[in-house]
Design a protein around this ligand. Structure first.
Ligand SMILES: Cc1cc2nc3c(=O)[nH]c(=O)nc-3n(C[C@H](O)[C@H](O)[C@H](O)COP(=O)(O)O)c2cc1C
Length: 191
């Protein structure tokens, strides 16, 4: 059994982010061997990184950092649901990531993105580089929603297809497999 945390990568009022986050959570919750939790970075409301020492040193002084550290440490795998802002990922996600280091280490991460024609692909390419620095394993399977606004109902609901359902399932299955493997590996390793 692994704990999967889905991080919402937008803090904008009226964000589209809520829709893919809810869909991914709904699909993931059907699968066995995974406890799913959504972490809304807008509600978490971390200030811009305000710790004096780099996160590798664990010299956390603020309650918000300690709480965020505990939340990430308790997870075995992550899905980052990100928009694409100016060909990269969102500042709220970057800030939340940079607060910590070892808490991310040796854990798998998958990506769901959206935007215009590229569907957020450029944002995810940047996140993959960050994942390497954090000693995370970035999963190849990826879900992209290009030009998402062309697939909204008159009520503004994105029309997710069976193919999206399959893609999210494949992504989560990879995360469960590697989440379990890496959990075992972390238990053997003194970090
Ligand atoms: C600051 C900003 C920059 C953007 N840059 C891009 C971009 O580079 N590529 C893209 O596909 N969409 C871009 N967009 C459009 C977003 O994909 C679209 O606004 C999306 O709804 C943002 O996600 P959110 O609603 O969850 O915040 C940008 C939007 C904003 C607000």
């Amino acid at each position: 059994m692994i704990t999967l945390k889905i991080l919402s990568g937008s803090s904008r009022p009226g964000r589209f982010n809520d829709q893919p986050v809810a869909f991914v959570a709904e699909v993931a919750k059907i699968l066995p061997n995974v406890a799913v939790e959504v972490v809304d970075l807008a509600t978490l409301n971390l200030p811009f990184l305000d710790e004096a020492t780099p996160p590798m040193m664990h010299g956390y002084t603020h309650e918000h950092t300690k709480a965020w550290s505990a939340a990430v440490a308790a997870a075995d795998a992550f899905i980052m649901v990100t928009p694409e802002y100016n060909h990269s990922y969102s500042p709220v996600l970057k800030n939340a990531i940079d607060y910590l280091f070892t808490e991310w280490n040796y854990k798998p991460v998958g990506f769901v993105s959206y935007g215009s024609l590229a569907g957020g692909a450029r944002a995810v390419e940047h996140l993959r580089g960050v994942a390497g620095e954090l000693k995370m394993y970035d999963i190849r399977e990826q879900v992209l929603l290009p030009n998402y606004w062309e697939h909204l109902s008159t009520e503004g609901r994105y029309q997710f297809s069976d193919r999206h359902h399959e893609s999210v399932t494949e992504l989560v299955q990879e995360l469960i497999f590697w989440g379990e493997m890496m959990k075992e590996a972390r238990a053997k390793r003194i970090m």
